[in-house]
Design a protein around this ligand. Structure first.
Ligand SMILES: [Cu+2]
Length: 123
Protein backbone atom coordinates (compact mmCIF):
# COMPACT_ATOMS: atom_id res chain seq x y z
CA UNK A 1 0.00 0.00 0.00
CA UNK A 2 2.80 2.34 0.96
CA UNK A 3 4.76 1.56 -2.17
CA UNK A 4 1.74 2.11 -4.35
CA UNK A 5 1.07 5.50 -2.79
CA UNK A 6 4.69 6.50 -3.41
CA UNK A 7 4.39 5.49 -7.07
CA UNK A 8 1.18 7.52 -7.45
CA UNK A 9 2.91 10.53 -5.89
CA UNK A 10 5.93 10.07 -8.16
CA UNK A 11 3.69 9.87 -11.24
CA UNK A 12 1.91 13.07 -10.20
CA UNK A 13 5.22 14.89 -9.81
CA UNK A 14 6.45 13.57 -13.17
CA UNK A 15 3.23 14.64 -14.91
CA UNK A 16 3.53 18.10 -13.38
CA UNK A 17 7.11 18.54 -14.61
CA UNK A 18 6.21 17.32 -18.10
CA UNK A 19 3.37 19.84 -18.22
CA UNK A 20 5.66 22.58 -16.95
CA UNK A 21 8.25 21.76 -19.62
CA UNK A 22 5.61 21.62 -22.34
CA UNK A 23 4.25 24.96 -21.13
CA UNK A 24 7.58 26.79 -21.44
CA UNK A 25 7.21 27.36 -25.18
CA UNK A 26 3.64 28.52 -24.83
CA UNK A 27 4.45 30.89 -22.00
CA UNK A 28 7.32 32.36 -23.99
CA UNK A 29 5.15 33.17 -27.01
CA UNK A 30 2.25 34.36 -24.88
CA UNK A 31 4.28 36.81 -22.79
CA UNK A 32 4.69 40.17 -24.53
CA UNK A 33 8.08 41.84 -24.75
CA UNK A 34 7.86 45.08 -22.82
CA UNK A 35 9.09 48.47 -24.03
CA UNK A 36 8.95 51.26 -21.47
CA UNK A 37 8.15 54.89 -22.31
CA UNK A 38 9.70 57.71 -20.33
CA UNK A 39 10.16 61.50 -20.84
CA UNK A 40 11.43 61.37 -23.64
CA UNK A 41 12.65 57.96 -24.65
CA UNK A 42 11.71 54.36 -25.31
CA UNK A 43 13.71 51.61 -23.70
CA UNK A 44 14.92 49.38 -25.22
CA UNK A 45 15.16 51.09 -28.63
CA UNK A 46 15.72 47.84 -30.49
CA UNK A 47 13.66 44.71 -29.98
CA UNK A 48 14.01 41.36 -31.73
CA UNK A 49 11.12 38.95 -31.53
CA UNK A 50 9.87 35.80 -33.17
CA UNK A 51 6.93 35.88 -35.54
CA UNK A 52 3.60 35.98 -33.74
CA UNK A 53 4.93 37.51 -30.55
CA UNK A 54 3.55 40.64 -28.93
CA UNK A 55 5.12 43.87 -27.77
CA UNK A 56 3.61 45.84 -24.93
CA UNK A 57 4.51 49.52 -24.68
CA UNK A 58 4.20 50.60 -21.08
CA UNK A 59 4.10 54.27 -20.03
CA UNK A 60 6.33 54.82 -16.95
CA UNK A 61 6.61 57.86 -14.69
CA UNK A 62 5.64 60.17 -17.52
CA UNK A 63 4.51 63.75 -17.17
CA UNK A 64 4.55 64.56 -20.89
CA UNK A 65 2.26 63.01 -23.47
CA UNK A 66 3.68 60.28 -25.72
CA UNK A 67 2.50 57.85 -28.33
CA UNK A 68 3.63 55.01 -30.57
CA UNK A 69 3.23 55.28 -34.33
CA UNK A 70 4.44 52.84 -36.97
CA UNK A 71 6.27 54.66 -39.79
CA UNK A 72 8.03 51.81 -41.65
CA UNK A 73 6.85 48.22 -41.97
CA UNK A 74 7.06 45.15 -44.20
CA UNK A 75 4.77 45.14 -47.24
CA UNK A 76 1.19 44.30 -46.43
CA UNK A 77 1.23 45.59 -42.86
CA UNK A 78 -1.44 48.19 -42.20
CA UNK A 79 0.43 50.94 -40.39
CA UNK A 80 -2.76 52.51 -39.05
CA UNK A 81 -3.29 49.36 -36.93
CA UNK A 82 -0.09 50.10 -35.02
CA UNK A 83 -0.92 53.44 -33.55
CA UNK A 84 -1.45 54.07 -29.85
CA UNK A 85 -3.33 56.91 -28.26
CA UNK A 86 -1.35 59.94 -27.15
CA UNK A 87 -1.24 59.62 -23.40
CA UNK A 88 0.47 61.16 -20.39
CA UNK A 89 -0.97 58.53 -18.04
CA UNK A 90 1.72 56.50 -16.23
CA UNK A 91 -0.53 53.44 -16.42
CA UNK A 92 -1.31 53.53 -20.12
CA UNK A 93 -0.34 50.48 -22.18
CA UNK A 94 -0.45 49.56 -25.84
CA UNK A 95 -0.02 45.97 -27.01
CA UNK A 96 0.35 44.64 -30.54
CA UNK A 97 1.05 41.26 -32.08
CA UNK A 98 3.56 41.04 -34.94
CA UNK A 99 2.50 38.51 -37.54
CA UNK A 100 4.76 39.53 -40.44
CA UNK A 101 8.54 39.07 -40.34
CA UNK A 102 10.68 42.09 -41.18
CA UNK A 103 11.73 45.49 -39.91
CA UNK A 104 9.40 47.92 -38.21
CA UNK A 105 10.18 51.51 -37.23
CA UNK A 106 8.23 53.46 -34.63
CA UNK A 107 8.21 57.06 -33.47
CA UNK A 108 6.45 59.22 -30.93
CA UNK A 109 4.87 61.97 -33.04
CA UNK A 110 5.26 64.48 -30.19
CA UNK A 111 9.04 63.77 -29.95
CA UNK A 112 9.89 62.33 -33.37
CA UNK A 113 13.63 62.95 -33.07
CA UNK A 114 14.28 61.70 -29.54
CA UNK A 115 11.78 58.89 -29.52
CA UNK A 116 12.39 56.33 -32.25
CA UNK A 117 12.71 52.58 -32.07
CA UNK A 118 13.06 49.47 -34.22
CA UNK A 119 11.47 46.08 -34.06
CA UNK A 120 12.87 43.11 -35.96
CA UNK A 121 10.56 40.16 -36.39
CA UNK A 122 12.26 36.88 -37.24
CA UNK A 123 10.79 34.40 -39.70
CU1 LIG B 1 7.00 61.38 -26.75
Amino acid sequence: MRGRRAIVALLAVTAASVLALAGVGTARTATPKVVDLHDNYYTPVEVKIGKGRKIRWSWKDVILPHNVKLTKAPDGVRKSKFRSQTSSSPTYRFTKRFKKPGKYHFICTIHPIEMQMDVKVRR
